[in-house]
Design a protein around this ligand. Structure first.
Ligand SMILES: Cc1cc2nc3c(=O)[nH]c(=O)nc-3n(C[C@H](O)[C@H](O)[C@H](O)COP(=O)(O)OP(=O)(O)OC[C@H]3O[C@@H](n4cnc5c(N)ncnc54)[C@H](O)[C@@H]3O)c2cc1C
Length: 409
């Protein structure tokens, strides 16, 4: 009865990497809720979820993700660092080979010196003078095509940024099918196969498959699990971040964002431009333009303290989160002062790395399998917040699942 060996729900970081591994040997179908957009139009795929039922009472944390073929990787700013190596090893998961594969596939390397912008160079110089040790960010960018426009988070007008579309296109060339605009709702066990119940372009469509890999991302995977009768824990993290910044006398050109970073125990700081800084300064009576602004992002490893419900997300800062943000803000403020910023303003807290909503050791085992026998592979299974960009690890996890399946048959 079933047509497919593997149905993969979600075409983002982990789902696409798993599809690329399996499509040569198996009949694979990739289901994606969003549209098949061109990279230059990726900004149309933004989903801005809000964190609380009652913003006025709890304060609001905006949680960003993307919906479209390629998932949130279309909006990513191409940072490619290894995370969770130690934490996953505690569950017997060694990603060494898979990290290497992804790094090779995407030719991940630090930004060359001639592509570093004026803000980044100034922040690196002042941070070094203060005794910190900034590193150049490894990126998934073809630097021959990159125009350093600083708009990776909108897609890429120059086809320079590398995304999961690469794995999706490769999977299709090996025979995988893709259905965009298909929203999976629920997974049922039906004899020795699975039934994925969903909606395709407004009409109900149910698909049988021998196996299912659920990779709908940390905000949607728990909904599908709960619909399917698997209860998920209150374990949501988002890698909370704020951007602080202000006006300088300099006139900077556009540049690659997060081109350098300084890692600390439970947060990183990184040069970042936020449009919101201009508005915040204006509210204080200070007029500024994009070229005057210099900013630093403080991104923390937040506590796994939140929940995805059917209709809302609960996520608030814990006391520890506030302490970590304050520690990062204190260091970043010192650097910005040395860069010549007089009045420093801060954006509100945002999260762009939601995860932990179906963690390994609770919802899935170390083979990424649920109690119903299908797999989950995306940021939901991460055991704790990375406090650092997780894309490379999520792609490596997709490859790992693919390798495990290929090696077991
Ligand atoms: C603006 C921004 C910039 C970022 N930059 C970086 C960066 O530079 N480096 C980095 O490491 N990380 C970055 N991240 C984070 C990174 O992109 C995500 O952590 C990662 O893509 C998550 O991977 P995933 O596989 O869990 O889910 P996703 O990549 O989000 O993929 C999930 C997919 O499933 C689809 N889906 C959801 N529900 C359903 C359903 N019911 N049926 C079918 N399909 C469904 C979604 O539409 C989506 O396409 C960034 C995030 C944002 C928002």
């Amino acid at each position: 009865m079933e047509k497919y060996d593997y149905v993969i729900i979600g075409s983002g970081a982990s789902g696409a990497a798993a599809a690329e591994k399996l499509s040569k040997d198996y009949k694979v179908l990739i289901l994606e809720k969003g549209d098949y957009l061109q990279l230059k139009d990726a900004h149309k795929s933004y989903v801005r979820a809000s964190s609380a039922k009652d913003f006025d009472k709890h304060g609001r944390i905006e949680i960003l993700s993307g919906t479209g073929v390629g998932g949130t990787t279309l909006l990513a700013i191409a940072n490619g660092v290894r995370t969770h190596e130690k934490e996953l090893k505690n569950f017997g998961i060694d990603l060494k080979n898979e990290f290497q594969e992804v790094e090779k596939d995407f030719d991940i390397k630090p930004i060359p010196d001639n592509m570093l912008g004026g803000r980044t160079k100034l922040i690196i110089e002042k941070a070094r003078e203060l005794g910190y040790n900034p590193k150049i960010m490894p990126k998934m960018i073809n630097f021959k095509k990159c125009k350093a426009c600083g708009k990776c988070n909108m897609g890429c007008a120059f086809q320079a940024k590398k995304t999961s579309l690469y794995y999706i296109e490769k999977s299709i060339s090996m025979g995988a099918d893709l259905k965009a605009n298909f929203e999976a709702i629920k997974i049922e066990k039906s004899g020795n196969q699975f039934l994925v119940k969903g909606m395709e372009k407004g009409r109900q469509n149910d698909i049988y498959s021998k196996n299912v890999i659920l990779s709908a991302g940390a905000l949607d995977t728990p909904k599908i699990l709960n619909n399917s009768g698997i209860k998920t824990p209150r374990n949501l993290f988002v890698d909370l971040f704020v951007t602080i910044g202000g006006k300088t006398e300099n006139s900077f050109r556009d540049e690659i964002q997060m081109a350098a970073y300084i890692p600390f125990n439970d947060f990183i700081i990184s040069p970042y431009y936020s449009e919101r800084i201009i508005k915040l300064l204006k509210d204080m009576g200070i007029e500024s333009k994009r070229e005057n602004i210099i900013g630093i992002m403080i991104k923390i490893k937040d506590d796994s303290y939140g929940y995805v419900d059917k209709n809302y997300i609960e996520k608030s800062c814990t006391g520890r989160d506030v302490q970590k943000i304050s520690n990062g803000v204190a260091i970043a403020s010192k650097i910005l002062s040395e860069c010549g910023v007089d009045k420093i303003v801060s954006t509100e807290a945002i999260g762009a790395h939601p995860g932990g909503t179906a963690p390994i050791g609770i919802t899935v085992d170390s083979n990424f399998k649920t109690e119903m026998g299908f797999y989950v592979c995306d940021a939901s299974i991460l055991p704790e917040a990375p406090g650092s960009p997780p894309l490379l690890s999520l792609m490596a996890l997709g490859k790992k699942l693919g390798n495990n399946i290929l090696n077991s048959t």
